[in-house]
Design a protein around this ligand. Sequence first.
Ligand SMILES: Nc1ncnc2c1ncn2[C@@H]1O[C@H](COP(=O)(O)OP(=O)(O)O)[C@@H](O)[C@H]1O
Ligand SMILES: O=P(O)(O)OC[C@H]1O[C@](O)(COP(=O)(O)O)[C@@H](O)[C@@H]1O
Ligand SMILES: [Mg+2]
Length: 319
Amino acid sequence: MKTIGILTSGGDAPGMNAAIRAVVRSAIYYGCKVYGINRGYKGLIEEDIQEMNLSSVGDIIHRGGTVLKSSRCEEFKTEEGRAIGVKVLKKYGIDCLVVIGGDGSFNGAQKLSELGFPAIGIPGTIDNDLAYTDYTIGFDTTQNTIIDAIGKIRDTSSSHERVNIIEVMGRHCGDLALYAGLAGGAETVIVPEVDFKVEDVCNKLKTTQKRGKRHSIIVLAEGVGNAQDLGKEIIKETGADLRVTVLGHVQRGGSPTAFDRILASRMGVRAVELLLDGKAARVVGIRDNKIIDMDIHEALSMNKTFDKDTYEMVKILSI
Ligand SMILES: Nc1ncnc2c1ncn2[C@@H]1O[C@H](COP(=O)(O)OP(=O)(O)O)[C@@H](O)[C@H]1O
Ligand SMILES: O=P(O)(O)OC[C@H]1O[C@](O)(COP(=O)(O)O)[C@@H](O)[C@@H]1O
Ligand SMILES: [Mg+2]
């Protein structure tokens, strides 16, 4: 019988609970013992741990956030911090660890593996910034939250014939801006992966205004820069009546979509199967709708390619 530890780390993401449920329920089904580690690596170092049973994960599949709580923990980036972590895992008799988080959390899991402690990563981040997987848990829900917001802003933007800049999350990855921009019918999408000129944005506004389109939605990825500053430059150049909305943490919450719940469930079960097979230092992902797993070092060394075709398509569809 194996003893599995599970934690959630980094920015929370809708669907993390569905992944926790899948790991706990499938592990118990296969006869394992499961310990939930609260507040990510911070809770590991501080020994904030409890055993989980089938009902610990009851009534959570539909809930956003993470019942295990999450954190960012600087101490775990140090050798000393990780050594404490490994000592605590051993003290509880934990044989292997499931880490649900993003690129940063996976770096932590990789370091644990280098210390000889078996860890498996499940991608939970709204950013969709991991190259080895088509989707991360939470990305779909957040896209839907953003398009809901774009729709509402569009109503007032159209009534007042305004330009609205909507700043969305994604750290250094433009996926949220790009796909939510496409689905929300944005006129302009600005992402960190593609250089842009304020002049081009203004020229587009002038062109569309000439054909009678008086409102415009600009979706800006946070990694590019400040939405207020961009707004000021556009007003200076065009005299537009312009408003800025920074969506912020509303994007991280909410009940996960069916897509994220199903993805999380499939990934959680695969993570447990890997551990039962004695596999370690691997991450779970999805490609072409098939659940895959790969070496964690390999996954983290992959560079994400930006979907330039879709970016060009947004331009064509918004003229
Ligand atoms: N290089 C690293 N070595 C060890 N742990 C790391 C490393 N990078 C990040 N972590 C751990 O993972 C946590 C979450 O990382 P972060 O980048 O904030 O979020 P995410 O995992 O969602 O990308 C960090 O606070 C830290 O505890
Ligand atoms: O929770 P915080 O500290 O406000 O961090 C905000 C950042 O976290 C995210 O929401 C999620 O990023 P991670 O999944 O990498 O933690 C980013 O999109 C955003 O830049
Ligand atoms: Mg990240």
